[in-house]
Design a protein around this ligand. Structure first.
Ligand code: GDP
Length: 351
């Protein structure tokens, strides 16, 4: 009989990529959990919504009755939890909701598994935001947890509770740390997608000789370790299929500033420019187009700065590579190019 896999967060980037990956592999019945909302956006699920091995199910990480019912009825062999409020910037505005979904939600999943299907393997999505104010670089799985946002703190809580359930009840439950990961399904509020969508809009305007607004960004000096989400779902699948449960860390092992991402994104669209800044004043930074009278392509808006920032994230994926034989396939340059070209195509369809 096909193994049954319950995936939460299927409208989001990672949940959708995981479903696509499992369904393409074949041999699995995939249950994708979504919350009941009035206007769900299925754009990330278009490729598999009608697959006969896929079934949408309703549930909510804040409602233990719904989670228990799903686990009891489906009897999943794997439970992969991508459901989360994953936007760091809004976590200062709704810290309680962050904890309810990201931390208590994980307890609800673990309790349901313990009670109704104790052999189910559970994956909880961890984040490099847990490392926060980092002590050393690159960060490995042993790096202390020093979160700088309510989001990071909620993921630390989830990490601890997964360990407690694993050790207390002998469950196969892991919390794998994921550094930033992006792609064409990434939400628009994250900086990479905000940039690639903005670049695509400007590309269309330049081509049609129309006016355009510059992209407004916050702190362009922070550094992130970006990978492709499709590489990560393969890594997660390897993690949940080890003989013994163990937490791993997935990252690219490279770090880049937001500035570099901007530069590469415009180049991928064939638009060339350069950064200017009045000395010592990052808010005056601008990315100006080389042609068209040095029109600004990017400006800084302090509203996008955060109450506390993580300046540098750089992960060490060597253990995952060695023990899981995981090899990412998409480089930083390829990732930026893929996102920009995809968004340019989407803009063309609007014409
Ligand atoms: P995060 O690392 O999970 O918080 O992912 P984000 O894509 O939201 O942010 C990555 C980095 O980009 C952070 O250091 C942000 O402060 C920085 N950043 C700069 N400008 C922006 C912006 O306009 N939007 C977002 N989301 N982040 C920005």
């Amino acid at each position: 009989m096909n193994k049954k896999i319950l995936v939460t967060g299927v409208l989001g980037q990672d949940g959708a990529n995981m479903c696509e990956y499992l369904l393409e592999m074949g041999g699995y019945k995939v249950f994708g959990m979504i919350r009941r909302v009035s206007n769900p956006n299925f754009v990330n699920c278009e490729s598999f919504l009608n697959n006969k091995n896929f079934q949408l199910v309703y549930g909510d990480l804040t409602d233990e009755v719904s989670i228990s019912k799903l686990v009891q009825e489906i009897q999943p062999d794997y439970f992969i939890n991508f459901g989360a409020n994953s936007f760091v910037a809004c976590s200062w505005d709704m810290p309680m909701q962050m904890f309810d979904i990201n931390a208590c939600g994980v307890i609800r999943c673990l309790e349901a598994i313990k009670k109704f299907q104790p052999n189910c393997r559970f994956y909880s999505a961890g984040s490099s935001e847990q490392f926060g104010d980092v002590d050393y670089s690159p960060q490995d799985i042993k790096h202390p947890m020093k979160p700088r946002s309510p989001y990071g703190a909620s993921k630390c809580a989830a990490n601890h509770i997964v360990k407690v359930y694993r050790e207390s009840y002998n469950m196969y439950a892991i919390h794998g740390i994921l550094f930033n990961h992006e792609g064409t399904k990434r939400g628009e509020e994250f900086v990479t997608r905000k940039i690639t969508k903005g670049v695509a809009k400007i590309h269309r305007a330049v081509k049609n000789e129309e006016q355009f607004e510059p992209i407004e960004l916050g702190n362009i000096y922070s550094k992130r370790d970006w990978s492709d989400s499709e590489d990560f779902v393969r890594g997660i699948w390897l993690m949940v299929n080890k003989d013994e449960p163990k937490d791993y860390l997935l990252a690219s092992g490279e770090t880049h500033t937001i500035k570099e991402f901007v530069d590469k994104a415009f180049k991928a669209a064939g638009i060339y420019g350069g950064w200017t800044e009045e000395e010592g004043d990052p808010l005056s930074s601008k990315y100006l187009m080389n042609s068209h009278s040095y029109q600004p392509l990017v400006t800084i808006n302090p509203d996008f700065y955060r109450p506390a920032e993580i300046d540098l994230l750089l992960g060490d994926p060597s253990e995952a590579k060695r023990e899981l034989h995981w090899e990412p396939q998409i480089s930083f340059d390829k990732l930026v190019e893929k996102m920009v070209l995809y968004d340019i195509e989407r803009e063309k369809k609007k014409e």
